[in-house]
Design a protein. Structure first.
Length: 256
C-alpha cells in the first residue's frame, strides 16, 4: 500500500526574525507530538523459519491428506499416544487443551482418558484443520470435545479453563512464543500441567530437515518455558521416541 504524499511545508515569511521563531516552534511541536508512531513489525525469533505456518493457513489445505500423514503408526508420537497420555497424568474430569491439534490425532485417547465429566479442547491456528476437527467431533460423536481456533499470539482459551495443556511437535511453530506461553500460563489453573513434545535438535546428530525446520533445541525450550513462569517437573523417557523428547512442566500452585 502506498503512503499518501507528504504535504508541502511552505516557509512563513514574516518581518524580522519572527519567521525563524515560528518555524522553530513548529518543529519543536512536531518533535513532541503525542500522536503514536507506527510500531515496527516484530522480528522473528532467531532461527525461526519464515512463514513456517503458511501451508497450514492456506485455504486450499487438504486436511484429509494431512490426516494420512499425522495418524500413522510409523509416526513415533502417534504410536506413543498412550504413553504420552500417561505422562500428562490425565484423570476423569480433567480439562486438557491440545494446542496444535492438527487433524486430531490425540482426540480419542484424551477424550477417553478424561471421561464424560472431563473436557478436551482441540486448538489450532489453521481454519481448514478447525473445519476438519469440527466435522470429526460431530461424526465420531465426541461429546466431551470442543474445538477452538487460535491465533499466532493466543490459544483463545479462557483464563483458568484447563488443568492440562499439551503441545506436540508444535512448539517450534510458535512464531510468537512469548505471547503463546503467556496465554498457556493464563489458561492453566494453579498447579496445572504443561507437556511439550518436540523434535530433538542436535547439530551433527539431527537430520538436516530438523536443523533447518526446528528453531531451538530442548535446552533453549526449557529456558523459555521456565522464564514464562513454569516450573520444570521432569523429562520423561518414552520408549517409542527416537527423534522426539517429552518435557513436563507445572504452573506454580496458588500461594497459601
Amino acid at each position: 500500500m502506498e503512503c499518501p504524499p507528504e504535504k508541502e511545508l511552505r516557509p512563513l515569511f514574516l518581518p524580522g526574525n519572527r519567521s525563524v521563531l515560528i518555524l522553530a516552534g513548529l518543529l519543536a511541536m512536531a518533535a513532541h507530538s503525542d500522536h503514536p508512531r507506527a510500531a515496527a513489525p516484530a522480528a522473528a525469533p532467531a532461527g525461526q523459519v519464515a512463514d513456517i505456518n503458511a501451508k497450514f493457513l492456506d485455504p486450499a489445505l487438504d486436511a484429509e491428506d494431512w490426516a494420512s500423514k499425522f495418524e500413522l503408526e510409523s509416526r513415533e508420537v502417534f504410536a506413543a499416544r498412550e504413553a504420552i497420555a500417561e505422562a500428562l497424568q490425565l484423570e476423569p474430569g480433567s480439562r486438557v487443551a491440545d494446542v496444535g491439534s492438527g487433524t486430531g490425532a490425540f482426540l480419542h485417547t484424551f477424550a477417553e482418558a478424561v471421561g464424560p465429566t472431563g473436557r478436551v479442547y482441540a486448538v489450532d491456528i489453521s481454519p481448514r484443520f478447525i473445519d476438519f476437527l469440527r466435522q470429526r467431533v460431530q461424526t465420531e460423536k465426541l461429546a466431551n470435545v470442543a474445538v477452538l481456533l487460535s491465533a499466532a499470539n493466543s490459544t483463545s482459551l479462557p483464563v483458568g479453563s484447563v488443568s492440562h495443556v499439551f503441545v506436540c511437535d508444535t512448539y517450534h511453530h510458535f512464531e510468537q512464543h512469548h505471547e503463546m506461553l503467556a496465554s498457556i500460563h493464563a489458561a492453566l489453573v494453579p498447579g496445572g500441567r504443561f507437556v511439550i513434545v518436540d523434535f530433538e535438535r542436535i547439530p551433527g546428530v539431527s537430520s538436516e530437515w530438523t536443523l533447518n525446520h526446528v528453531r531451538a533445541g530442548k535446552e533453549t525450550v526449557r529456558k523459555e518455558v521456565e522464564a514464562a513462569g513454569f516450573n520444570f517437573d521432569r523429562e520423561i523417557t518414552v520408549p517409542e521416541f527416537k527423534e522426539n523428547y517429552l518435557f513436563r512442566f507445572r504452573k506454580p500452585a496458588a500461594a497459601g
